[in-house]
Each structure stands twice: as structure tokens, then as C-alpha cells.
Design a protein around this ligand. Structure first.
Ligand code: AMP
Length: 472
């Protein structure tokens, strides 16, 4: 990675303090060497705050989303602690367990563990579903210090008695809010019950719903609290634009935009898996190579699509929100919302795919009149109006003009709302829509483990510990 770009970029986007160096945080030399190799000189705010707290041995509740450097925020101090409290690694008995909601995030976190731990004698592995279990079982027969896992596959290994979780000294719940959104609450509870009582716990979440607070209360003991870059802070580095367009003309418009602007790498969000497939197919027919990535795709297909996109072999990746979660694609210049999400926070998360690490980016949203209510909610959340721009030279195809616009369908994993019924723009704006309530249908990735009904949340127990910068 280019040092200059990285550090200049992070300074600009994350209010990094350039006078603070990693060397001041007390991390072991081999870790500092690996950090230097990665091209980082200064910790991001979440790292500057979280690393000393974790090194101190306390529990941590951290509010941070992908793109803030949160992964190194927990990986670096954990590597240090595992290294300095060195113990002989045992087969199938990890000392550190990191749980993530998605396969992609699990893979990326384990990659970070390997990157930052490359000069240490610690071992790691990643496990997730959707791939053959046997190689993972074979890997578990060898010594293991750090395990990065999605909850479902971990429980499969528990059921097969491939793994012993009684040696876990460090537990990380990464993107805990998304894990709860995905319906993993029961799985997490089952996993927690298998861990030893005495351990250090870190919980990372972009949002703090009551469910997350209850989970934190049940899991963490007198935690330190750090928070950076709230989820509802839209990136200043991203230029945002809205094109008002009928649903039926969106595919032609996106084709037109890609061709006329010569976009070389664009991530497009659709609300549904089916919509992602259909759009990728149509773009392909239009001479624009595109791949779709979503929960129904096999792990192999997802990995290949992402690798092809990252390598620049295909210019367009069409993704659903959940598949894109946690994707770390450096310097992504262009994000398109083919449909607006019905949860305004998801918009912020989507546009956060671009303008990362300080690079500038652009986010374009194609908005049908049916979606005006979503647009208003988004503008309210980000506290600014997004400019509505006409696309010069775009002539909608006559054939499609006659078609009735297809209203956006509710996302499978999201909570149904009134706005998804057909309304005119005027009606939609007048409707005082109730806030979505309750848990939505679990995602397919989680569905296998969600056959039975779940209790809505963890019961808080003992003292309530949240918020406030608690020095320890
Ligand atoms: P994360 O929020 O953990 O997904 O990290 C976002 C991106 O920031 C990743 O590409 C990291 O490699 C990069 N990054 C993490 N820490 C630093 C740092 N201290 N300086 C520069 N880049 C960083």
C-alpha cells in the first residue's frame, strides 16, 4: 500500500492526529514492524482510543463502522496480548474467538490478523458456511490461537465436536448490530454458553439499539466505551447526486451513465437478490460486463465476483446490502443506488463504500417517485439535501415509457412498511409512516440456524454499563 496516499487519506477523512504514532501505544516490536509494512504511521481515532483500553485488559464497547480502521483497532492489541501471554497453541482449542456476521467480513478480518501478525508465532484460521466443512475440520486438528468465524458454521463444528471453546480468553463480536439484524442472536447465546466465564470481551457495533445495549449489558463487565464516526454521518468525501427517473427506465439510464462517463469500477446496490441478478444480466446484454453478489450465490461465485471486480476485470458489481456489508475495496470511485434502501442508515453505509481512506468518491441514486419518501428520510438523517441533477443527453427509451413503473419491493430481510405499497409521490410524502418495528425475516445466510422462534433480545442482567468515556 502506498504510504503517502494512505496516511494523507486517513488524515483527511478520519481526523487522525498526525502527531500520535503507533509506537506510543505500547505494542510489541514485531507488530509495529508489520504495521509499518502495511504503510500505516498514525493510528485512526478508533485505534488510538481502543488499543490502550484493550491492552489494559478491560472489556470494550466500541461504536465504529467499517472504514474507520476498527479491525486493526481490535486485532493489534489482541495480537499483542496473545503474543506476550504466550502459551503453546492447542489443536481445535482457540484462545481468541472473533465472530462476524458475514463470510466476506470473516475472511477480511482473518486476512488482517495474518497481515498484522506476520512476524509473530501465532496461528489463525477462518471458518464460515457455504463451503465444504472438511478442510476446516482438518485445519482444526492443528494448533490454533485465533479463530475468526461466522456463528452458524462455528456451531456446526461444535455439534461435530471438532472444536473446544473452553480455552477462549478473548472474544470479539464484530458488527454486532448486523449479527442481530441477521437473526444470529440465538446462535450467539449458544456460543457464549460454551465459553469460559473469565475472559476479555470486545463488542463492536455501528449502532446502539436497545437490543445491542441489552447484549452489551449481558456480555461486558464494566466496559470502556469508545465511539467514532457515527453511522449517520455521511462521508464528507463523497459527492452525492440524485437522478429522478422512472423505475422502468433505470436500467437504460445506468447503462448510459456507465458508458458516457466511462466508469471503470462501479458498485451498484439493488434492494433484492433477484433485482441484482436481473440488472447484471441486462448490463451484460448491453455490453457492460457485470457480476451479481448476494446471499443466494455460492461462496465460490461470491469470491470470484469480488476478486474479478477488485482486479478490474469486470467494471460492475451489483450487490444487495447484506452482501456488500464489510467489503473493503480500496479507492472505489463510484457507488450507484439503483433503488434507495428503505432504512436510511443503509444509504449511509452504502455510500461509505466509496470515499474511503480519504479518496474522493461519488454516489449516484436513481430515484423513482415511489421512492421519494425514502429520499426524504435519508436527507433528514444526513441533515442535507442531495442535489437532484438531470442527466444530459439521456433519452428514455420510448418502449419503456409506456410501462408502468415497478415499485421497489420490500427487502427480504427488512421490516415491511407502508411505503412499499403503490403510492403517488404526493401520497407518499403525506403519509406519516410509522417507524419499522420488530425483527424482520432472517436472511438466507442465517436462516438455517433460525428455524425455531427466537426471543427478541438478551435479558439485561446485573448493572447497566453504557456510554461515557470511562478511563480505566
Ligand atoms: P476497517 O474499518 O477495519 O475495515 O479498515 C478500513 C481501511 O483502513 C482498511 O483498508 C485498512 O487497511 C485501513 N487502515 C486501517 N488502519 C489504518 C491506519 N492506521 N492508517 C491507514 N490506513 C488504515
Amino acid at each position: 500500500m502506498n504510504t503517502e496516499v494512505t496516511n494523507a487519506g486517513v488524515d483527511a477523512s478520519l481526523n487522525i492526529n498526525p502527531t500520535l504514532h503507533f509506537s506510543a501505544l505500547g505494542l510489541a516490536q514485531p507488530i509495529l514492524r508489520a504495521i509499518a509494512d502495511a504503510g500505516y504511521t498514525t493510528p485512526t481515532p478508533i485505534q488510538a482510543k481502543a488499543i490502550p483500553l484493550v491492552l489494559n485488559g478491560g472489556d470494550l464497547l466500541a461504536g465504529a463502522q467499517t472504514g474507520t480502521g476498527k479491525t486493526a483497532g481490535f486485532t493489534l492489541p489482541l495480537l499483542h496480548l496473545l503474543h506476550t501471554k504466550h502459551q503453546q497453541a492447542q489443536a481445535g482449542k482457540p484462545r481468541c474467538l472473533i465472530l462476524t456476521p458475514t463470510r466476506e467480513l470473516a475472511a477480511q478480518v482473518e486476512e488482517s490478523v495474518k497481515t498484522y501478525g506476520k512476524y509473530l508465532h501465532l496461528t489463525s484460521m477462518v471458518m464460515f458456511g457455504g463451503v465444504n466443512i472438511n478442510p476446516q475440520t482438518a485445519r482444526l486438528r492443528k494448533p490454533l490461537d485465533i479463530l475468526v468465524a461466522t456463528p452458524g458454521r462455528l456451531l456446526d463444528h461444535v455439534a461435530q465436536k471438532n472444536i473446544d471453546l473452553s480455552g477462549v480468553e478473548f472474544l470479539v463480536l464484530d458488527e454486532a448490530d448486523r449479527m442481530l439484524d441477521m437473526g444470529f442472536v440465538r446462535d450467539i447465546k449458544r456460543i457464549l454458553a460454551l465459553l469460559p466465564k473469565h475472559r476479555q470481551n470486545l463488542l463492536f457495533s455501528a449502532t446502539f439499539s436497545n437490543e445491542i445495549k441489552a447484549l452489551a449489558d449481558s456480555l461486558l463487565h464494566n466496559p470502556g466505551f469508545v465511539e467514532v464516526a457515527r453511522r449517520n454521518t455521511a462521508s464528507e468525501m463523497v459527492t452525492q447526486t440524485v437522478h429522478l427517473v422512472k423505475q422502468a427506465n433505470k436500467t437504460s439510464l445506468i447503462s448510459y451513465l456507465i458508458k458516457t462517463n466511462d466508469w471503470k469500477q462501479v458498485l451498484i446496490f439493488t434492494r433484492t437478490k433477484h433485482g441484482a441478478n436481473r440488472l447484471a444480466e441486462k448490463l451484460g446484454k448491453d455490453g457492460i460486463p457485470a457480476a451479481a453478489i448476494h446471499g443466494n450465490k455460492s461462496q465460490g461465485a461470491r469470491t470470484k465476483a469480488l476478486a474479478d471486480f477488485k482486479a478490474g476485470n469486470i467494471p460492475v458489481l451489483v450487490a444487495t446490502d447484506i452482501a456488500a456489508r464489510g467489503l473493503d475495496i480500496d479507492q472505489l470511485p463510484q457507488v450507484v443506488n439503483f433503488e434507495l434502501p428503505n432504512m436510511p442508515e443503509d444509504y449511509v453505509h452504502r455510500i461509505g463504500r466509496t470515499g474511503r481512506a480519504g479518496a474522493s468518491g461519488a454516489a449516484v441514486s436513481l430515484v423513482d417517485t415511489e421512492e421519494m419518501k425514502y429520499l426524504k428520510d435519508i436527507e433528514k438523517l444526513i441533515k442535507r439535501e442531495i442535489p437532484k441533477v438531470e442527466v444530459e443527453g439521456f433519452v428514455p427509451p420510448v418502449r419503456q415509457e409506456a410501462e408502468a413503473p415497478r415499485p421497489p419491493k420490500p427487502q427480504q430481510q427488512r421490516r415491511p412498511q407502508g411505503a412499499q405499497q403503490k403510492t403517488t409521490q404526493g401520497q407518499a410524502q403525506k403519509q406519516g409512516q410509522p417507524k419499522p418495528k420488530g425483527n424482520g425475516k432472517p436472511l438466507s445466510e442465517a436462516a438455517r440456524h433460525q428455524a425455531k422462534p427466537q426471543k427478541p433480545q438478551f435479558a439485561p442482567k446485573g448493572q447497566v454499563h453504557h456510554s461515557g468515556n470511562r478511563g480505566r
